[in-house]
Design a protein around this ligand. Structure first.
Ligand SMILES: [Zn+2]
Length: 277
């Protein structure tokens, strides 16, 4: 059974991961959202209760298999499952990774995004916001620093996780000069990364202001701990902000690093007093 006006009966440009007679699984190629799949019932039916009990089980097992794969691939804070179909009444399930640092956390992805934040640090204003607001300016700092300056490849630099991260930015004379990002790794741990200051703006404490703004943002978002991978020359810089070095030297993008950690409180799963919500 198909409907001639239905985009799921007559799909265009779908990235099909697998399909059989009953269902197909597609990767939603949304540059604004990594870790997003859709499980579609092949026939044009609207509701789960239009299916037999066996068919209901079949589509739900497909949904759960996607959930499992996405958890392994992305380690998100949460998987969201949604079946709406108000616009396209052809049975399909959205399976989406969610991050504490994504623009809509903790609401649904159709809710209002987190407000832009502004932190005043040592007389400087640091903006913190989502990629769609600050990305163009953050790119104007990261590209010369990492891609041109440190031979990081573009594939490494633009890893697809910027849209689900929080970004900090400092402007001087309306020009972006310093940036950094906060990405959730799940389980209450955030990762600070992509810390960059344009060469001619260094030595003014801008990097420290970016770092402190991201630490404040992480506290506001309820993280327990932050980690980062520091280039060896930057260890004392991060130690001044309270980070502690751990583990051996390792290479990332052909540059030597060590991991560092800042603990606000023990991981929440160790806190027996936590109230379930
Ligand atoms: Zn249809």
């Amino acid at each position: 059974m198909t409907s001639k006006s239905c985009p799921l009966c007559l799909p265009k440009d779908e990235a099909v991961l697998s399909q059989d007679q009953q269902t197909r699984v597609i990767e939603v190629l949304d540059p604004e959202w990594p870790g997003f799949r859709r499980v579609i019932w092949q026939d044009h039916v609207a509701e789960m209760t239009d299916l037999s009990a066996d068919q209901q089980l079949e589509i739900f097992q497909k949904v759960l298999a996607q959930e499992e794969e996405l958890r392994q691939q992305y380690q998100p804070d949460k998987i969201n499952l949604a079946s709406l179909g108000n616009m396209v009444p052809h049975l399909h399930w959205h399976v989406m990774c969610r991050w504490r640092t994504d623009p809509f956390w903790p609401g649904s992805v159709w809710s209002t995004p987190r407000d832009p934040q502004s932190y005043a640090i040592a007389g400087r204003t640091v903006q913190v916001d989502q990629w769609s607001a600050l990305g163009e300016q953050a790119r104007a700092v990261r590209y010369p620093v990492f891609v041109l300056g440190q031979a990081v490849t573009e594939d490494e630099e633009w890893d697809g996780l910027d849209p689900v991260s929080r970004h900090a930015l400092i402007l001087q004379s309306e020009r972006p000069v310093a940036t950094g990002r906060l990405l959730s790794l799940g389980a209450g741990v955030g990762r600070i990364g992509r810390m960059a200051v344009l060469e001619n703006a260094r030595g003014q404490g801008l990097g420290l202001a970016i770092l402190q703004a991201l630490i404040q943002e992480a506290r506001a978002l309820g993280f327990d701990q932050l980690i980062l991978h520091a280039q060896l020359h930057a260890l004392t810089f991060y130690e001044r902000a309270g980070f502690v070095t751990e583990g051996p030297v390792f290479e990332e993008c052909r540059i030597q690093h060590r991991q560092m950690r800042l603990t606000f409180r023990p991981p929440s799963w160790q806190n027996q007093a936590d109230t379930p919500i």
